[in-house]
Design a protein. Structure first.
Length: 137
């Protein structure tokens, strides 16, 4: 089993395509894995991870618009210690989740043609997000 940590800086709320950063971080770790798994774990409770369409940037815009509709800020949340985006960010994180498992084949992530990995930042301001990448053959 091999493990590394990847740090991604966000500039605020949005869906960040991070497939290339993950591939770059893993290049030497998985090059000798013929068949295996990558586990990606996000160490935060106000951001999430997802795999989805990676070609058309309007997908990211639609995700952002839909999440605001699904989890509105004007709901009477009790937990607002860090501002009006605090509790909505936690709910969105729980809905999307904080981990992914991706197959590895021939030393590469075995994603579909149009699939990309997204870091979903649910807070208004930028954050430094840490991901633990664990590869197993």
């Amino acid at each position: 089993m091999k493990q590394t940590t990847l740090t991604i800086d966000t500039s605020g709320r949005g869906y960040y395509l991070i497939t290339d950063q993950i591939n770059d971080s893993l290049a030497s770790l998985i090059s000798d894995i013929d068949t295996g798994l990558l586990h990606v774990f996000l160490q935060h409770s106000s951001a999430g991870l997802t795999i989805n369409e990676n070609a058309d940037p309007t997908v990211r815009q639609d995700f952002k618009a839909f999440e605001e509709h699904l989890v509105p800020r004007d709901f009477p949340y009790q937990h607002d210690a860090e501002g009006p985006d605090d509790m909505p960010a936690h709910i969105k994180s729980s809905l999307l989740g904080c981990q992914l498992t991706i197959p590895i084949a021939n030393g590469r992530l075995n994603l579909g043609t149009w699939q990309g990995i997204y870091l979903c930042e649910h807070r208004d301001r930028g954050h430094r997000r840490k991901l633990v990448l664990t590869a197993q053959d």
